[in-house]
Design a protein around this ligand. Structure first.
Ligand code: FAD
Length: 284
């Protein structure tokens, strides 16, 4: 890892006191990695707006630069303006701007802004350059997109609307990431596109998430995980090996940093980083 390559971390708002205590423990451990910032999800898994703001405040109190995720689906301009003003007043300088998804099975009003590019434009209109804005990128294509080419154009539109950087959906195919970055650069996108890394810790959860977000879990990884059954220690050790190899290749081939989807767990993310930071063995 060279000095220009950053580490950032994603957390989600805890649902109860026990989960909050666990998050504080994990965050304190993970801060040893000196992340350039931490981000806090919004709406995912039913979390609320106040949950995101509370967790952002907690992270700020731990001394982190904290970036709330903000999604526009189902929201009005007035509500979004109020949220942005409240974040500005509490010293937040970064936002991860998303469209978000309607909760499954619910119809209802999709809101006044249709796509994340509209939200980025709105943030720039409303708050000027106060916020550093990250947006989502999909090396393996967003599941609702018609084609990789259209999805790339929609990604480029978010950057043209004023995004400063991007975090990718997680993936296990490193080639897909570098192919996406090259195609984005060929379209004139020159903001950092930071790979999102999902450490493997749980077989069924990984398959469920990947199914929803369109990330391909390669057959060899699925087969290895199936072999481990309920052996959680072996799954974690395998998750560390896969994570270290993938991250090392990403860093060696020039990714601007790594953004870890911690799922509020410290252990595997810590171990991957410990192994990545070890000095390479001296050659004889
Ligand atoms: P967009 O960029 O708006 O794209 C959504 C779809 O619309 C794509 O298929 C795109 O190709 C298409 N599209 C875009 N513009 C146009 C256009 N002009 N015309 C036609 N089609 C268009 N979800 C949460 O609920 N909470 C979170 O905190 C959260 N955090 C995330 C963090 C990261 C780093 C990532 C990668 C995803 C996150 N998500 C989160 C999931 C995200 O909300 C979903 O993937 C959502 O379906 C799309 O959001 P987006 O911002 O990428 O949307």
């Amino acid at each position: 890892m060279n000095p220009t390559q950053s580490v950032s971390l994603e957390f989600f708002p805890p649902r109860d006191i026990a989960a909050q205590e666990k998050l504080v423990r994990s965050a304190k451990q993970l801060l040893a990695l000196q992340p350039s910032y931490v981000s806090v999800t919004f709406g995912a898994g039913g979390s609320t707006r106040s949950g995101t703001a509370d967790t952002v405040r907690m992270m700020q109190n731990l001394g982190c630069d904290a970036a709330p995720h903000l999604s526009c689906i189902g929201s009005s301009r007035a509500v979004l303006a109020e949220i942005l003003d409240a974040y500005k007043a509490s010293g937040v300088r970064r936002i991860v701007a998303l469209r978000g998804d309607m909760p499954s099975g619910m119809g209802g009003d999709a809101g006044e802004l249709r796509y994340a590019s509209d939200l980025v434009r709105f943030i720039r209109e409303h708050s000027g350059d106060w916020f550093h804005i990250e947006v989502a990128a999909y090396p393996e294509m967003h599941p609702q997109a018609q084609s990789t080419e259209q999805d790339l154009d929609h990604f480029a539109a978010k950057v043209q609307a004023g995004a400063d950087g991007a975090i990718t959906q997680y993936f296990f195919n490193v080639d897909a990431y570098f192919d996406f970055v090259a195609r984005a650069q060929a379209k004139g996108v020159n903001v950092p596109i930071v790979p999102g890394v999902m450490p493997i810790t749980n077989h069924s959860q990984l398959l469920r998430f990947s199914n929803m977000c369109g990330a391909e879990v390669p057959r060899w990884i699925r087969l290895r995980l199936a072999d481990f059954g309920d052996d959680r220690a072996s799954i974690r050790a395998f998750g560390v090996d896969v994570g270290v190899q993938m991250c090392q290749r990403l860093l060696d081939e020039g990714a601007p940093g790594l953004h870890f989807y911690t799922l509020n767990n410290a252990e595997v993310t810590m171990e991957i980083n410990r192994q990545l930071r070890l000095e390479p063995a001296a050659s004889h």
